[in-house]
Design a protein around this ligand. Structure first.
Ligand code: C2O
Ligand code: CU
Length: 477
């Protein structure tokens, strides 16, 4: 009976509840799109780059004349963009000036587990956390956000998130002038109450909170002035649960350059792509002088794809700076494939907040993986829409229900959409920092699902020592 009720409520939210599916009122594109500032590091005598990130509370005016209590990093909402190059050594002071414990996770980074910022690397109120590592991965648009178990949805929703861009020689050949022809877009849905405060009802639908006011980089009702004939956009779905069917109001096509974990071998021409929570994509759009178009999310299937929203109006100047043609080959980085007879691990998702029937347990190790392994992870979804993210890993989607994935899901990824009734097979490239005592996470990136237990833990160990690893963590963190 409970299942039936849940199904009915899912239908009503998909079908009838106007409030969760369209922009409130009509957008007027009144506000210039804000661009998160680049945080310049302090570089020490050894060339190491030091960044200071302060998690703090504040207040932000999204809707005219209304103050919304928010959280941010080095500001009142969202955080600065970090930009580093492959090979850089980075170190951080992450200062928690909030009144409660949080964490800061580097989503998409390949790094030792103790630096990952997952649920075990807690930063208490008033404390500073100092992770450091060397950037050893191809160019990608990654991001950072809190990951405190049970509180991730609330902490991200209040505004703790930012972009972390990795560049390399290949990515620098693409449009890279930040804020000019290389524009970040952090897309998030909100529910802002009459008094300006956020509705924080994380369990309002079976998927979590679905809002009807869309913020891009924390800007409500935004427009963007285009000054170059070719512009690269880095899109991040930083929403708690909503997926976006991205395209343009005039149905123009655009080039897909890369996905979560790096560039594609070649640009791919598309006119739509689906972005579920946590996923990133890099696209290039061509503009004619004086034209206007709207970046739009088109209504898709019921569930987390049901929204129809204008995102940003783009207005091209009457004269545009010329751009050099896109390279035919974007990267020589090989796609991730797996040898024959490779280990296959199977995972099942349902309407329960669990993976393979088990709720997340901070003290239980679910999987033990040899350093540097390539494996097939086969994930079957028999319940609501979900997606799946693996820390410290990159993967290629081999197939979805036995067929090649859509073009926009090719290449290197770290998060994949798995709608109800779908089985995906992922060719996964795991990290190579053994540490039997500190787990990484895999989970649904619908934050309410993750918080309620749809998450598991794995450790990376020296190859050959798998059987010696204890499946229980004795220490608390
Ligand atoms: Cu974006 Cu485990 O998270
Ligand atoms: Cu889920």
């Amino acid at each position: 009976l409970l299942t039936l009720l849940l199904i009915l409520s899912a239908f009503s939210l998909a079908g009838c509840d106007e409030d969760t599916t369209t922009n409130v009122g009509k957008l007027e594109f009144k506000n210039p799109l804000q661009i998160p500032p680049i945080l310049e590091p302090r570089t020490d005598s050894e060339g190491k780059k030091h960044f200071t990130l302060t998690m703090q509370s504040g207040s932000t005016e999204f809707l005219e004349g209304k103050q919304t209590p928010t959280w941010g990093i080095n500001g009142s909402y969202l955080g600065p963009t970090l930009r580093v190059s492959r090979g850089d050594q980075v170190s951080f002071d992450v200062i928690n000036q909030l009144n409660e414990t949080s964490t800061l996770h580097w989503h998409g980074m390949r790094l030792p587990a103790v630096m990952d910022g997952g649920p075990h690397q807690m930063i208490e109120a008033g404390a500073t956390w100092e992770p450091h590592w060397t950037i050893e991965q191809p160019a990608a648009t990654t991001w950072y956000h809190p990951h405190l178990h049970g509180k991730t949805a609330q902490h991200v929703y209040r505004g703790l998130a930012g972009l972390f861009i990795v560049e390399d020689e290949e990515s620098k050949k693409l449009p890279s002038e930040y804020g000019v022809n290389d524009i970040p877009m952090i897309i998030q849905d909100k529910l802002i109450k009459g008094d300006g405060s956020f509705n924080e009802n994380m369990s309002m639908t079976p998927f979590g909170l679905l809002g009807n006011q869309i913020l891009v980089n924390g800007t409500y009702d935004p427009y963007l002035e285009i000054t170059a004939s070719q512009v690269r956009f880095r899109l991040l779905n930083g929403s708690n649960a909503r997926a976006y069917n991205i395209g343009f109001s005039d149905n123009r096509s655009f080039y897909l350059l890369g996905n979560d974990a790096g560039l594609l071998p070649e640009p791919v021409l598309l006119d739509r792509l689906l972005l579920s929570p946590g996923e990133r994509t890099e696209i290039v759009v061509e503009f004619e002088p004086g034209e206007e178009t709207i970046l739009h999310s088109f209504a898709g299937k019921d569930g987390i794809e049901n929204g129809e929203f204008d995102l940003v109006k783009m207005i091209a100047d009457t004269s545009l700076s010329a751009s050099s043609p896109l390279p035919n080959h974007l990267t020589a980085e090989p796609l991730i494939d797996v040898p024959e007879n490779v280990k296959v691990r199977k995972f099942e998702l349902t309407t329960k907040s669990a993976i393979n029937g088990k709720e997340m347990d901070m003290n239980r190790i679910d999987e033990v993986i040899p350093a540097g392994a390539r494996e097939i992870w086969e994930i079957t979804n028999k319940g609501w829409d979900h997606n799946f993210h693996i820390h410290d890993a990159a993967f290629t989607v081999m197939d979805k229900n036995g067929e090649l994935p859509p073009l926009y899901e090719r290449g290197r990824k770290d998060t994949v959409f798995i709608p109800n009734g779908t089985t995906v097979r992922l060719a996964v490239d795991f990290g190579s920092y053994p540490d039997p005592d500190t787990p990484y996470m895999y989970h649904c990136h619908l934050l309410y699902h993750e918080d309620s237990g749809m998450m598991g833990q794995f450790v990376i160990v020296e190859p050959g020592t798998e059987s010696q690893v204890s499946k229980e963590l004795s220490k608390g963190s």
